[in-house]
Design a protein around this ligand. Structure first.
Ligand code: NAD
Ligand code: UDP
Length: 309
């Protein structure tokens, strides 16, 4: 297949490009390098089946030749990134998604949208199944991301219903692993780097909020299952192993053998208090479930950060 991956130079995108090339696909990565890097594509750049287009997807996507699948990952994704670039987050979710759908329609391709657990907002249902509509502040600081992704889902479903576009929506829960940007501000990279450097780990709020962390290899395997299926979704992809942020901090300190302390910092506005995917749909429709537990995934991630920085 020939697969266009928007945001392919980012954390998830670079692992996806690698996985697709490894199984024999041709890959066109479209990325403006706003949060991705060429270093993430090291080893792929010279691959005969890999092309890189430096381009902002909110301005349209032009890819010549046949395309079988468009995977739309391009978007600021970490909270500090989308809070710093609110208009870009909205543009990637709206105009970027429209451009990805238009390319899929011109090519007769399937379009797979990377949505997010953030569309559930501060959830009143726990764990979150796909049938839960969410509880989102439409004008809060995080709305630029949450509502962009909710609009992206609505736009994708409207194209599917009105034009018959073949689409698939995945709702990705917190994912971690090698190639997280050291300064992207997400909790796993922040904690691992602080622990390795002997600096304090900053707990936002009391650290009692929960997240469910999925190792990147599992997540990418789930994305590939969705690429290969004809399911429309939305389908949750995540690891139901739920941890409080304080538990995550102590696990990272133990696994790194660090003497770092914990320090409290203010809880960001609208930070969800709990999040855990119900993955029964992914198990049933895609035959997918994560296999890497938090300790093993964190150990691999710590090793990577140790050798990379
Ligand atoms: P990332 O920041 O590492 O990657 C995003 C990539 O998109 C970067 O390479 C960036 O340069 C590119 N990009 C951003 N705006 C662009 C634009 N307008 N035009 C072209 N390229 C653009 O983030 P990630 O963690 O790899 O996330 C990838 C996708 O998965 C995002 O859509 C994100 O919302 C979604 N997601 C990720 C997670 C997670 O835990 N990593 C969770 C839920 C959803
Ligand atoms: N968090 C934290 N310390 C940090 C970074 C994040 O306590 O250095 C908390 C944050 O408030 C949130 C959780 O960890 O409750 C996950 O944050 P992240 O930014 O990784 O993802 P998201 O909020 O999008 O789930």
């Amino acid at each position: 297949m020939r697969v266009v991956v928007t945001g392919g130079a980012g954390f998830l995108g670079s692992h996806l490009c690698e996985a697709l090339l490894a199984r024999g696909d041709r890959v066109v990565c479209v990325d403006d390098l706003s949060s991705g890097t060429k270093a993430n594509l090291q080893g792929l750049a010279d691959h005969p089946r890999f092309e890189l287009q430096l381009h902002d997807v909110a301005c349209g996507i032009e890819v010549g030749g046949g395309v079988d699948v468009v995977v739309h990952l391009a978007s600021p994704a970490s909270p500090p990134d989308y809070l710093r670039r609110p208009l870009d987050a909205l543009a990637a979710g709206s105009r970027g998604t429209e451009a990805a759908l238009a390319l899929a329609e011109r090519s007769g391709a399937r379009m797979v949208l990377a949505s997010t657990s953030e569309i559930y907002g501060e959830p009143h249902v726990h764990p979150q199944p796909e049938s839960y509509w969410g509880h989102v502040n439409p004008i809060g600081l995080r709305s630029v991301y949450d509502e962009a992704k909710r609009f992206a889902e609505a736009l994708t479903m409207a194209h599917h219903r009105a034009l018959g576009t073949r689409v698939g929506i995945v709702r990705i829960f917190n994912t971690y692993g090698p190639r997280m940007r050291p300064d992207d501000g997400r909790v796993v990279s922040n904690f691992v780097l602080a622990a390795l450097g002997g600096r304090p780990l900053h707990l936002y709020g009391e650290g009692r909020q929960t997240r469910s962390f999925c190792y990147v290899d599992d997540l990418v395997r789930g994305l590939v299952c969705m690429i290969d299926s004809e399911e429309t979704g939305p389908v949750n992809l995540g690891n139901p192993a739920e941890l409080t942020v304080a538990d995550l901090a102590s696990t990272v300190i133990r696994l790194t053998g660090s003497s770092s302390r914990l320090e409290r910092r203010p809880l960001p506005e609208d930070d969800p208090t709990r999040r855990r995917p119900d993955i029964s749909l992914a198990e049933r429709l895609l035959g997918w479930r994560p296999t890497v537990g938090p300790e093993e995934g964190l150990e691999r991630t710590i090793e990577w950060f140790r050798s990379a920085f």
